[in-house]
Structures are given as structure tokens and as C-alpha cells.
Design a protein around this ligand. Sequence first.
Ligand SMILES: *[C@@H]1O[C@H](CO)[C@@H](O)[C@H](O)[C@H]1NC(C)=O
Ligand SMILES: *[C@@H]1O[C@H](CO)[C@@H](O)[C@H](O)[C@H]1NC(C)=O
Length: 207
Amino acid sequence: MSPSTLKVVLSLIIYTFTLVEITRAGDPDILTDFITPLTGPVDANFFTYTGFRVLVGPQSANPPPFKVLKASLVEFPSLNGQSVSYAALQFQPKSINPPHIHPRSAELLFVVQGSLQVGLIDTTNKLFTQNLQIGDMFIFPKGLVHFQHNVDEKVPALAISAFGSANAGTISLPNTLFNTTIDDTVLALAFKTNVSTIQTLKKGFAA
Ligand SMILES: *[C@@H]1O[C@H](CO)[C@@H](O)[C@H](O)[C@H]1NC(C)=O
Ligand SMILES: *[C@@H]1O[C@H](CO)[C@@H](O)[C@H](O)[C@H]1NC(C)=O
């Protein structure tokens, strides 16, 4: 085989493997139509989730600043093996969804009420921000740090997010760093500050 033919063959092999990897970039494929529960009958109710009805019902008089309602593997077990899930994000005025990561999926966010300022940071540390209006969508790529902020002082915001995993997972950066038992000295060195500053930050998360 000539060196140029070898090059072509090698490129083809690499290309094929890349394609296979891309098509595998979701939850593992299942070998049945759906995954049945260990107990209970499988009827239409198994494929139905009504946990989002509260979004259109009367709203709580004293809502938290930010609330997430999920329809993922835990809440809706029939999503197991289907590589999809939803979250409904409810923002009171001037509230945030703090910087976080979904390790297993991209997030496609759709603003259905109010407006949101959103941002993501790529692995070169470049920040991308946008002001979204009702009807707008934004994609947060898988595994990248991102956040949402309802800047409006009066109007609440509601967004629906779709995920390409039944269990996208969430790593909240503030919670992961300051609401676990990572040694204060490690955090002080990491954030180029002192232990008492770290302890002050940790206090904000204490129950
Ligand atoms: C820790 O750092 C803060 C902010 O720089 C400073 O105000 C404080 O005096 C420091 N505390 C100690 C114990 O060094
Ligand atoms: C801190 O962690 C505890 C235990 O995981 C959790 O219940 C609590 O909500 C967290 N606090 C905040 C402010 O996120």
C-alpha cells in the first residue's frame, strides 16, 4: 500500500469511529420498545406525566425566588432508555438559576413567559450572554457552565427546557464548592483568599 493510500484508509477509519461516537452521544440504546416497571400494569398511564399541571393552575402566594420542576427519570420512570426529559424553570423577578453544569446532556431552553438573561462559558473561558424574550430559544451545550437571570423587577419568567437524556444531572457550582465538606484550606488556596472568607461563603449554605 502506498503512503498516500494508507493515509486515506487511516482517515476513513478515524472518520468512521468519530461517527460511531457521535451517534452514541445520548443515553445507551435499549433493546426493547420501552423499559417496563418491575411492578404494576403497563397502560397509557405509564406513559403519562401530569406533574406539570401545577404550571397552569393557581400559583403559590409565596413562591421561592427560583423553582425547578423536573420531568426526568426519577419523576417519570417511563423515560428510562428514551434519552429525553423536561424541566420547567420558574423565576420570580430579580432571581437567578446559579451557574451549573448538566454532565449528561445539552439543554434547549424555551422562554414561555417574561424574559431571561442567559449565559454560558465555553472551555476556553469565553462567556456568551443573551437577553431572551418570550418565544426565544437558547441551547446550552452539554457539560458547559451556564446560568439564567430574570433581570426584570416586576415580571416573573417561565422557561421550559428539553434535555437529550432521561437523567441529564445537575452540578451546581456554588453548592458543589461551598455546601460540601471540601477542606477550607483547599478552597482558600483555590480562590486565592483566606479561610475566614471561605467560612463566610459556606455560612450562606448552612441549613
Ligand atoms: C481575609 O481576607 C479578607 C478579604 O481580603 C480580609 O478582610 C480579612 O481581614 C482576612 N482575614 C484574615 C483572618 O486574614
Ligand atoms: C446544602 O446541602 C444540603 C444537603 O445536600 C441541602 O439540603 C441544602 O439544600 C443545600 N443548601 C443550599 C442553599 O443549596
